[in-house]
Design a protein around this ligand. Structure first.
Ligand code: AMP
Ligand code: MG
Length: 421
């Protein structure tokens, strides 16, 4: 693996001249997804732990929900025909035959001319066709006066009106939400089959990097990408696998990456992808004899993003600039992780929005810019652009996609926004 006497820079240049030119974002994502296997590994987790996980199976309703006709209000279950003549001057007077609480079992049929006091959730007895709310009666105990007439099935909750037995409630490849968990729990499920989380390697490269919890040395910075990307791996449905930071040395990076790949399904690195003297990631790909997937994407920031494949696993090398790495990750790494996680919907959604504030710079190349969706419009995260800036990303929930050749944008202009929170 050691490089012998050859000048490393020359090798970097050779690699860059392999006829590869930067490609559009959509082509890059396509190349990555073409090389991303659909998973099969799965496990069963308790319902609460299924939150945010990807369903491994189509699940059907086991019963009707609700499982029996019941009252949506506290009131009196009656037959609506007994109220057809009722008015304020001449209320219907019905004998209260019984009281039913939520949790009580069903009773026999309603006798005409009588009613049953029911609490919300109590079964409605056969023969009753509607429920009169307490507040619309005199709330009498032995007899109740009802001065209103009701339509058939007014205030009436039917068996199966929410969910019918055997209807699909969760699809394979769908992300499990709190609503799914509520519906599953209402069906008696206590756990759910989900895809295993893919393991995603995270490697920060750069001789300037230090771990936190120790005083910064002159010229050094704390490694923020490691934690930011680890967090993004989690929100994308993966489990991060960390590798200790490595200095800008191609052999050391190649060794670290080889070890990391043994522990993960996909790896993301930061730093060293540009054309500086110590930007070694293209050379690392060469040392590892990895298949080049692409070198450069037509985007700003993070346009030098580079991808390889080794031992059928993708390696995505992002810019070290945290703001650029963050956008690179959202647009290119997240779809891969979502696919590896079993998710059917891997690409982010886009909407068209009106700018609430101007963006005063022209965009010569295609520009992606974090933004905040607010009040039916979108606010750019900054007025200028600093690719290293991460502070401006806080509070953002979208990415403006500004086409190449766009002049400065004014408030009121329309733009595409990729949803990314
Ligand atoms: P590079 O992509 O290696 O040229 O780095 C670009 C910029 O990002 C430089 O200012 C680096 O110091 C900074 N940088 C690189 N890696 C990290 C990291 N892991 N955390 C924070 N900043 C970084
Ligand atoms: Mg660097």
């Amino acid at each position: 693996m050691r490089l012998k006497s050859v000048d490393r820079r020359i090798q970097v240049c050779e690699y860059e001249c392999m006829g590869q030119t930067s490609i559009p974002l959509e082509s890059a994502v396509e190349r990555l997804l073409e090389r991303t296997p659909v998973p099969n590994e799965h496990e069963t987790v308790s319902l609460l732990d299924a939150l945010g996980r990807i369903s491994y199976m189509n699940l059907k309703a086991l019963t009707d929900a609700p499982p029996f006709d019941n009252s949506p209000v506290d009131g009196f279950a009656v037959c609506h025909t007994d109220l057809s003549e009722a008015s304020a001057d001449s209320p219907a007077v019905l004998r209260v035959a019984e009281t039913l609480y939520a949790g009580d079992g069903p009773i026999g049929s309603l006798v005409p001319g009588t009613c049953v006091r029911v609490m919300t959730g109590a079964p409605i007895p056969p023969g009753a066709t509607c429920v009169v709310r307490y507040e619309d009666t005199d709330n009498g105990k032995a007899y109740v006066k009802i001065p209103v007439s009701l339509k058939k099935h007014q205030n009436y909750r039917f068996q199966g009106e929410d969910i019918r037995k055997d209807h699909g409630i969760l699809c394979k490849g769908e992300s499990i939400t709190p609503a799914h968990i509520g519906v599953l729990a209402g069906q008696g499920y206590t756990d759910a089959p989900v895809f295993k989380r893919p393991r995603v390697g995270v490697l920060s490269t750069g001789s300037e990097l230090m771990s936190g919890n120790q005083p910064l040395k002159p010229g050094k910075i704390y490694d923020s990408n490691r934690y930011m990307l680890g967090a993004k791996v989690r929100t994308s449905g993966g489990e991060p696998v960390f590798c200790p930071n490595v200095a800008d040395d191609p052999e050391t990076i190649a060794e670290a990456l080889t070890a990391l790949l043994k522990l993960c399904d996909f790896a993301v690195t930061t730093g060293g992808v540009s054309v500086g003297d110590r930007d070694y990631m293209p050379l690392v790909g060469k040392i590892l004899e990895a298949e080049p997937v692409f070198r450069g994407v037509q985007m700003k920031p993070g346009g030098w993003i580079t991808a390889f494949r080794l031992d059928s696993k993708l390696i995505l090398c992002l810019s070290g600039n945290p703001g650029a790495a963050s956008i690179n990750f959202d647009l290119l790494a997240r779809p891969v992780i979502r696919r590896l996680a079993g998710c059917l919907q891997v690409l982010p959604r886009r909407i068209r929005c009106v700018l609430q504030k101007p963006f005063p710079k022209a965009s010569e190349s295609r520009r992606f810019l974090y933004a905040r969706l607010e009040d039916g419009g979108v606010i750019p995260s900054s007025t200028g652009f600093v690719s290293g800036s991460l502070g401006a990303v806080i509070g953002c929930n979208g990415i403006l996609d500004i086409p190449a050749g766009t002049p400065p944008l004014s408030a009121g202009d329309e733009a595409d926004v990729i949803l990314a929170d």
